[in-house]
Design a protein around this ligand. Structure first.
Ligand code: 5GP
Length: 195
């Protein structure tokens, strides 16, 4: 998606450790006009799928998922970070290793809000090693829900997540795939150029 790629080139900051900082428009301050275009694009990409729910994870996925949901006319459910000690039988839970914080945490979704009747679109801001997505896929599987597709804003194509998810046979659409980025000179190169 050209608009997102242009914004990454303009305002993204490449940090050491393979981290792309986009907190001026995506992760902290949020550009809702851009989110709106991203939501429209997700709808265009998944128009053929019978999606009745969007599943995401707190915190950064929520804004993007909510704006996109207006184009699908469906509710958003987000996996909540929880303390293991608080987890009871009314929730599906899974462990996720955080790429940015390098620690493992547990996320939960109430059994009230996901079931085998659901056809979910999973949305998140970034795809790196795939841990967050695998956790969400695991929760959907525990509930017997169908994953109709996965929509990601920024995939870092040089990390393993994209291949892992595509090899699972799931339909993954990323609006921008970063092929390489260099913290020394700040350059970012996209897989399909600016298309
Ligand atoms: P994964 O689980 O795929 O390794 O990492 C995905 C999660 O880590 C995303 O939900 C996102 O919050 C965070 N993340 C991974 N890489 C980056 C990055 O380069 N920049 C930012 N801002 N977040 C990232």
């Amino acid at each position: 998606m050209r608009l997102l790629k242009e914004r990454i080139l303009k305002d993204g900051v490449v940090k050491p450790g393979n981290v792309l900082k986009v907190d001026s428009f995506l992760n902290h301050q949020m550009d809702i006009e851009l989110f709106n275009e991203m939501g429209k694009e997700f709808k265009r990409l998944f128009a053929d799928r019978p999606i009745n729910k969007i599943l995401t994870i707190e915190a950064s996925g929520i804004g993007i998922a909510c704006v996109a949901a207006q184009y699908f006319n469906v509710p958003v459910v987000f996996a909540k970070k929880a303390q293991s000690i608080n987890i009871d039988g009314d929730v599906y839970s899974t462990k996720i290793e955080s790429f940015t914080h390098k620690k493992t945490y547990e996320v939960i979704v109430s059994k009230k809000f996901i079931s085998q009747q659901d056809h979910v679109l999973i949305i998140d801001d970034f795809l790196a090693n795939g841990c967050a997505l695998i956790g969400l896929i695991d929760i959907a599987a525990s509930a017997g829900a169908t994953v109709e597709g996965i929509g990601i804003a920024v995939e870092k194509g040089f990390q393993s997540g994209g291949d892992i998810i595509r090899n699972m046979g799931l339909r993954l659409e990323s609006l921008a795939i970063v092929e390489s980025m260099n913290p020394e000179d700040g350059t970012v190169v996209f897989r399909d150029g600016m298309n």
